[in-house]
Design a protein around this ligand. Structure first.
Ligand SMILES: [Zn+2]
Length: 317
């Protein structure tokens, strides 16, 4: 446990009795210090790229960790990944374990691409739905690929309307991360050298995720003036096949509380529809931008893979 975290916990205890009297303050001490709640949301379900671990082993490793910690995650599945029998069978294991299965379109296109037509995009959502519907854990939660929600008013609002008409809620991310950059460099390394030491990648991953979690948690508290139930973004990849247990354990050690994804999605933050352009990114980032008060300090895109890749290069990873 870090010193900073110990101090924070002690402080929370100390002020616990006076929180009720401070509830009417503009930003209460409870808002600043209460222990954050976090849930796991995993994107893509791209099992075909398995390296180092087989697809079956990776699937089992991730599910075993979630089971050990009694966490129900949300898995946002790209429809084309579950067309084959093997894809269906791997997803059936998630279904059996009681995780939430959400829609991540059939072909993972970027709504902000200038050539992306709304009709084509919406058809892609329904095409995924047909493949996911047979799984009892499927719920009408939609996650935008790359968290891109439209680069024009027409695209943004027409897709939002379409989702609402079809009974979907947006499965927003509150804590955006770049685990996909870290996994791609790790994959490159172990493909070249299967005996390479993977621990430095684990350490970098944990540090990156903790850094992003603190940033978005404090952004949320300043924008909404209350704690939110977080949905952290991770991907179905080698990094999580190897280190998901370490990730979950790290947050526990730092005093964060894991909750199920369907519980997190009851937070009113997930009903917000910030009217920004381009639309998307973390819902906390988007709301901060819509409110304008913090927009000067917000970079775009919110998470930039290049920066993380540069940090890793400097460390020889
Ligand atoms: Zn994705």
């Amino acid at each position: 446990m870090t010193r900073e975290n110990m101090d924070r916990r002690a402080f929370t205890k100390l002020v616990g009795l006076t929180v009720a009297t401070l509830a009417t303050q503009p930003l209460s001490i409870a808002t600043q210090t209460s222990s954050p709640q976090i849930s796991l949301t995993m994107d893509d379900f791209t099992w075909q790229n398995a390296v180092y671990q087989s697809a079956t082993d990776r699937n089992k490793a991730i599910l075993d960790v979630l089971n050990t910690h009694s966490i129900k995650a949300a898995l946002f599945v790209i429809g084309r990944n579950v067309e084959s029998e093997q894809g269906k069978s791997l997803l059936a294991d998630w279904n059996k374990a009681g995780h939430l299965i959400g829609n991540h379109t059939y072909s993972h296109r970027n709504l902000n691409a200038p050539e992306m037509a709304v009709q084509t995009y919406n058809d892609d959502i329904l095409r995924a739905e047909l493949l996911l519907q047979p799984f009892t854990g499927f719920r009408k939660f939609f996650r935008f690929p790359m968290l891109k929600e439209g680069d024009t008013v027409a695209k943004r609002d027409r897709v939002r309307d379409f989702l609402a008409q079809h009974g979907y809620r947006v499965g927003h991310v509150t804590i955006d991360t770049s685990d996909w950059v870290i996994t791609s460099r790790l994959t490159e390394r172990v493909t070249k050298d299967p005996g390479a030491d993977v621990k430095p990648f684990r350490d970098f991953y944990l540090q990156h995720m903790w850094d992003r979690a603190q940033y978005y948690d404090s952004l949320g508290r300043s924008v909404l003036r209350r704690p939110v139930k977080h949905t952290i973004l991770v991907h179905y990849n080698l990094l999580n096949g190897l280190f998901l247990n370490d990730l979950i354990q790290m947050f526990k050690t730092k005093g964060w509380q894991w909750i199920d994804a369907n519980q997190a999605f009851t937070d009113p933050v997930f009903s917000l529809k910030p009217k920004i352009l381009p639309a998307g990114e973390s819902i906390l980032w988007a709301e901060a931008k819509a409110k304008g008060t913090l927009s000067a300090s917000l970079k775009y895109p919110a998470e930039d893979g290049e920066i993380v890749a540069d940090e890793m290069k400097k460390l020889g990873l």
